[in-house]
Design a protein around this ligand. Structure first.
Ligand code: NAP
Length: 521
């Protein structure tokens, strides 16, 4: 059994007590143990501030971009090993694991290119300057400088590789050192990925530290120039945010939390078969199955015109019937188990709660089953489950309870974009809303009503059907994050995500001096 280590203050740290066992979710066999008991988090923060930060700030954007490319290449070289670990530690099939691992390298690749395009500069001037006084002797320009603190990343269990490196890519490109705490349950993948980078000497010492296990008093020690980037449940986010130091020192906190994402089928696509309808079915079925529904961007609520709901239900069930749930070591398996016992229990509880509030199961067991290729009675298997709520206003639980598994709920609406938009909004803020329509006027109304309730609108149409990549992918060029319940954070989106780790400074004075200070070419 492997003992996971942390990397802090230039050394690998192994705890002597407090271990938590990690298991293979398909077999429940112990595969590793984790503890960070006794780790000196204050020293780790100091190491990042005094070693990693200065080293990164001495580099230009182009140099940091080249660094990201080297990290990307090293992880790519170990792709198969990381996919094997992902299968064993998180229960994903290899294609589902690649969504995490290739997501990490793809994001690093994107940001390496962005770094190259920003060139040999260390500051990031914004927009055009402006004359503020009677002459150019009093001029104004905004610029962004790296924050002289530590970027602390707390990640969720479902993306141990992507979650780590999508944050690291932005922080490093901005010039901030990263101290990452992966979710304990899936830390095997994160630890190995970090080891590849650290042992390869691919980032300056102090720029990358890793805590596997409980973070102790880490968050209590954060100050005004640090950044806390959290991904996880809304409940944990609320607890972490509510710290005196974070509030009184105004530490920057970025939260990516949970989300009751919606897919909306418009009447023009529902009324006929065609490319957009096929795309809708393919996307929604994939969102239920992929990573066993353990994606923050997965579709949870499906809104359908009343007259189409029965037909769509039949068509979706036909897609879900093809899913083979089991141990991903078996090549015929297309969906693995949930990642942990807690996730399994929470999914079962979530379905029970829904059933008590007038929601019914129209496909799937809504509870654990044995999985193909797994020992009888073992493994956290939960086959795809489709629920239906015929009165979406009455069944409020559908808009408030995240079931983090392969479960989604069908609901009717009257076909008007305005009503669909209002139902989307009942989720209280989502990461993504996918809408399937070829009608610009219908889409405009929906975007008007629901636009400010969601971080991303994915439009599925005949035109996009051949090339659209699916609503569940957080792409580095597009914003990831959403308002309200989704956390209110902003990640990725090209420079948007980088700027979370930089401080905007308004410079004022003589134009020549100001433009020099701002880094204007
Ligand atoms: P979680 O239970 O909220 O945990 C998230 C992270 O917070 C883990 O690393 C956890 O560490 C850590 N944590 C918990 N309590 C802490 C404390 N007191 N101090 C410091 N760290 C603490 O979430 P999860 O179960 O891992 O992930 C599932 C949730 O994440 C779902 O709700 C999903 O929607 C959401 N999610 C959102 C996004 C997004 O981008 N918006 C992406 C992925 C997942 P331990 O593991 O050690 O407890």
């Amino acid at each position: 059994m492997k003992t996971l280590r942390s990397y802090v203050s230039g050394e690998w740290y192994v705890a002597t007590e407090g271990y938590v066992p990690l298991v293979n979710p398909s077999t429940e066999e112990e595969i590793a143990r984790v503890s960070a008991a006794g780790l000196d988090v204050a020293a780790a923060l100091d190491h990042a501030r005094t070693e990693g930060g200065p080293a990164l700030r001495a580099m230009t954007f182009a140099e940091r971009g080249a660094m990201l490319k080297n990290v990307m290449k090293a992880l790519r070289q170990h792709r198969d090993e990381l996919l094997d670990l992902s299968l064993e530690n998180t229960g994903t099939t290899r294609p589902d694991g690649s969504f995490d691992v290739d997501g990490a390298t793809g994001t690093l690749y994107f940001y390496s290119g962005l770094g190259q395009s920003l060139g040999d500069r260390k500051l990031l001037p914004e927009g055009e300057g402006m004359q503020l006084g009677k002459s150019e002797g009093f001029w104004g320009h905004h610029t962004l400088v790296p924050r002289r603190g530590v970027a602390v990343a707390i990640n969720a269990f479902n993306f141990p590789a992507w979650g780590l490196f999508e944050k690291a890519a932005c922080a490093w490109l901005a010039g901030m050192p990263m101290l990452a705490k992966p979710a304990t349950a899936t830390a095997v993948v994160a630890e190995r990925a970090a080891e590849i980078v650290i042992q390869g000497g691919l980032v300056p010492e102090g720029a990358f530290q890793l805590i596997c296990g409980g973070p102790g008093e880490l968050l209590d020690l954060l100050g005004p120039l640090d950044v806390l980037a959290f991904t996880g449940s809304a409940d944990t986010a609320a607890k972490l945010r509510d710290r005196d130091n974070l509030r009184t020192l105004n530490t920057r906190v970025n939260v990516e939390a949970d989300s009751l994402n919606a897919a909306v089928l418009a009447p023009d696509v529902a009324s006929q078969t065609g490319p957009a309808y096929d795309l809708f079915l393919k996307d929604v079925a994939r969102e239920i199955r992929q990573k066993t529904g353990q994606k923050c961007t997965a579709v949870r609520r499906i809104f359908l015109p009343e007259e189409a709901i029965d037909k769509v239900q039949r068509d979706l069930v036909a897609q879900l019937e093809e899913v083979v749930t089991g141990n991903p070591e078996d090549d015929s398996v297309t969906m693995g188990p949930l990642a942990t016992k807690q996730q399994l229990e929470d999914c079962e509880r979530g379905v029970e709660e829904m059933l008590k509030q007038g929601v019914r199961v129209v496909y799937g067991p809504g509870q654990r089953r044995d999985g193909k290729g797994a020992p009888e009675g073992k493994g956290y298997f939960f086959p795809p489950t489709l629920l239906r709520a015929d009165d979406p206003d009455a069944a409020q639980i559908v808009h408030t309870r995240e079931i983090f598994g392969p479960v989604a709920t069908l609901m009717p609406y009257d076909g008007r974009a305005e009503q669909a938009g209002k139902l989307v909004a009942q989720g209280g803020g989502t990461l993504v809303t996918s809408v399937y329509s070829n009608s610009p006027s219908w889409l405009h109304v929906l975007a008007d009503v629901a636009g400010s309730w969601t971080g991303r609108i994915y439009v599925g149409s005949d035109g996009s059907s051949e090339v659209a990549l699916g609503s569940g992918i957080a792409m580095p060029a597009s914003l990831h994050g959403g308002p309200g319940r989704a956390g209110g954070g902003e990640e990725l989106g090209g420079l948007v995500g980088v700027k979370r780790y930089m401080q905007r400074v308004a410079l004022q004075g003589d134009r020549e001096l100001v433009e020099g200070l701002a880094g204007v070419d």
